[in-house]
Ligand binder design. Structure first.
Ligand code: ADP
Length: 688
């Protein structure tokens, strides 16, 4: 028998050999462990004040198998938990896996399972489900899994916290509160030890949950966790686990046996019995012995492999549940029968929390989910759901559900898998998009307001411009009449005054026209199309022919100007303004030299107009693009101060930038950029 056991150990090691000790956590310094004082038989303190109990001895066996040294320190659970959370402890031997705890630690595969029951005073009645505890005052050990489970369940009840389970039982026995929720086994042991005969278990253990106890290490300490997992597999394979289980639970509860486990020992026993018979009748033969040993070895290897697989599976299951509980969306699986009947196969806790539904209820009756939809959106949901079911097209739906009395917006996305037996299964996610919807509604409202204000301003500018130009025309007309009336008798002073008045009126008219042009820029609404800048620049030069000729300017255009996505008319306006200014702002006596050039970068075209004119003080290089901003006097250079403001609007409408680089007295370069990828026309706001 002993040889078989060693073979089992050996086989386990082969299946999952531990990594060589690397001086990590366990190899050198002892691992600091915190264990509960009063959680029999899982965790207790012995007569010498040392931590003991099933979980502690199991951990010791695991540590021994993996060559890890331990420093186990007992303490009340709330303090142990706090010390662990603060990083003062490396390991806890007995932590029930729960989604709430998943973030605080790394868990090994579960090593023990326990089932919780309510305990009540005799005659108090049955509580065999969380729902039945509704309205009751339930005593729990603070931060215990039962505590967390009751909080998460959302069942309305009063929670009374104690530091230990015996304290909870004594409190209940004293006639206060209604029930205690603890692992069934532990509850019975405590009642027996404290001789509290007035308390009894209030019905069978709960079916809603079970505690899967695991060893727990600090988050991210995967090396230690993996070593412990390996150790658990070894102590199971060597039978040490069973010994410990029998020692601590044997006289109270039989060890849960697994079928394959029974098969193994059953086969072993049959093998032994068969061997005995053969010995009796034929004598012990060497070849038979070899066969038995070989068969046993392969069985042991199978056992070890299955145990490792089982550990991995529960670990994967736990980690999957942990992941699902962490994502901010609800996850569900729905199936449709061939008859069309719909059933929720699975709903994640977050699904229930988001939609405010009870998981059990919605699994039992799918129509509950529809009944929670907002009355205005419900028919659409039912219709779209049925269409998706019939067409097997991906289901995408946005609408409102009433959650705890408040309407909230949700997005549901789910995709089908047709089933061989007919019908389909759908994996879906539900996300709360209320905030996004509210933000969209706010943006739409703001846009509506902006558009209204913009339209009003546009109308105002048009009206004001037209209305202002009419009296201006009257002024210039009458000034002309006055000049004509005075005829040749007009004196020089009078001629000068009338000239000033006419000049002022004309400038004002030019400004009004410019303002109109500025307000119109970017509002044509014409879709962008490919525009060859070579053609644009050529048309600008044609329009500026007279000015260029008069100034005797030399204009050079670089070949192969790029083609950009844009509005042809606006782009002509842009280059006409830039080239016109380059010719206009010349130094007296220096013939203007103007060039238009370009270069490409990865993302954009850069096109510039360079001159040898008067230049711009760099302190004003931003301000020249403001409307009506002029750096020269009207007497020196004609202009209205609108051209560059229009240029900036045109460039921004095309998704680009404009700026000037200049050396005063030597010349200026106005640079513009155009994105290579087709820009979406920027909405231009009036006054932008
Ligand atoms: P306008 O030419 O009608 O005055 P712009 O908006 O086109 O209006 O130009 C604004 C101001 O920027 C001009 O008044 C001038 O002072 C300065 N400016 C524009 N282009 C040039 C240039 N090429 N060289 C020097 N100064 C310039």
């Amino acid at each position: 028998m002993r040889a078989w056991l060693w073979l089992a150990v050996f086989a386990t090691l082969l299946v999952s050999a531990p990594p060589p000790a690397d001086g990590g956590d366990g190899a050198s310094s002892p691992i600091v462990v915190g264990s509960e004082v009063d959680f029999p038989p899982y965790a207790i303190v012995d007569a010498n004040g040392r931590a003991s109990g099933f979980s502690v001895e199991l951990l010791e066996a695991v540590a021994e198998s993996m060559g890890l040294s331990l420093d186990v320190r007992p303490g009340p659970w709330p303090e142990v938990l706090t010390a662990f959370k603060e990083g003062r402890l490396d390991l806890l031997p007995l932590v029930a896996l729960s989604p709430q705890r998943a973030g605080m630690a790394a868990f090994t595969a579960p090593h023990t399972i326990a089932y919780d029951s309510f305990f009540v005073r005799r005659g108090a009645g049955d509580i065999h489900s969380l729902e039945k505890a509704k309205g009751k005052a339930v005593i729990v050990m603070a931060d215990d899994a039962a505590h967390e489970r009751l909080v998460a369940s959302g069942v309305p009840l009063t929670l009374v916290e104690t530091r230990t389970i015996p304290e909870a039982m004594r409190l209940l026995a004293s006639g206060r509160h209604d029930a205690v929720l603890v692992p069934k086994l532990l509850g019975h042991l405590v009642l027996r030890d404290l001789k509290l005969e007035s308390l009894i278990e209030a019905g069978p253990p709960l079916s809603e949950y079970q505690r899967r106890f695991a060893f727990t290490v600090q988050p991210g300490n995967f090396d230690l966790r993996d070593r412990l997992d390996q150790g658990i597999a070894i102590v199971r394979a060597t039978g040490r686990y069973d010994e410990l289980y029998d020692k601590w639970f044997g006289n109270i509860e039989p060890r849960p046996t697994l079928t394959w486990y029974g098969t193994f020992w059953g086969l072993a026993a049959v093998g032994a019995a068969t061997g005995g018979l053969v010995l009796l009748s034929l004598g012990w033969s060497l070849s038979l012995r070899r066969q038995v040993v070989k068969r046993t070895a392969s069985l042991a290897a199978e056992v070890a492999a299955r145990r490792t697989a089982e550990s991995s599976l529960s670990l994967i299951t736990f980690r999957y549940a942990d992941l699902v509980s962490r994502v901010p969306v609800g996850v569900y699986i729905v199936s449709f029968q061939a008859t069309g009947e719909m059933k929720f196969e699975y709903v994640s806790p977050r699904f229930c929390q988001l939609l405010g539904v009870n998981g059990d209820a919605v699994r039992a009756d799918a129509s509950i989910a529809f009944s929670l939809a907002h009355p205005d959106d419900r028919d659409g949901l039912i219709r779209d759901n049925a269409t998706a079911r019939d067409t097997l097209a991906p289901f995408r739906w946005e609408g409102r559900f009433i959650v705890r009395g408040e309407p909230r917006f949700f997005r549901i996305e789910s995709d089908p898998t047709p089933l061989a037996r007919g019908g389909s299964r759908w994996n879906g996610v539900v996300s709360d998009v209320t905030e996004r919807k509210q933000a969209e509604a706010r943006i739409m409202a703001t846009n509506r307001q902006l558009n209204a204000v913009n339209d009003e301003l546009k109308q105002f500018v048009y009206a004001a411009s037209h209305d202002l130009r009419a009296p201006l025309r009257t002024v210039t007309n009458y000034l002309g009449l006055i000049t004509r009336k005075l005829g040749p008798d007009i004196d020089d002073e009078m001629r000068e005054f009338v000239g000033f008045a006419m000049g002022g009126a004309k400038r004002m008219d030019a400004m009004i026209v410019g303002l109109l042009e500025y307000s119109r820029t970017g509002r044509s609404g014409a879709p962008f199309a490919p525009v060859a800048l070579g053609a644009v620049v050529q048309e600008s030069l044609d329009n500026l022919q007279t000015a260029i000729h008069e100034a005797e300017a030399e204009v050079t255009i670089a070949p192969d100007l790029p083609t950009v996505q844009g509005d042809y008319t606006e782009l002509v306006r842009l280059f006409q303004n830039l080239i016109g200014n380059a010719v206009k702002y010349r130094v007296a006596g220096r013939p203007p030299e103007v060039s238009v050039s370009w270069r490409g970068t990865d993302a954009e075209w850069v096109v510039w107009v360079k001159d040898n004119g008067i230049g711009i003080d760099p302190a004003y290089s931003d301000r020249v693009f403001e409307i009506f901003r002029r750096l020269v006097s009207a007497g020196e250079y004609e202009g209205s101060g609108i051209g560059l403001a229009v240029c900036r609007k045109v460039v921004e409408h095309h998704g680009g930038r404009i700026w000037v680089e200049s050396v005063p007295g030597e010349g200026s370069t106005f640079l513009t950029t155009f994105p290579k990828a087709a820009p979406v026309p920027e909405p231009v706001q009036l006054g932008a």
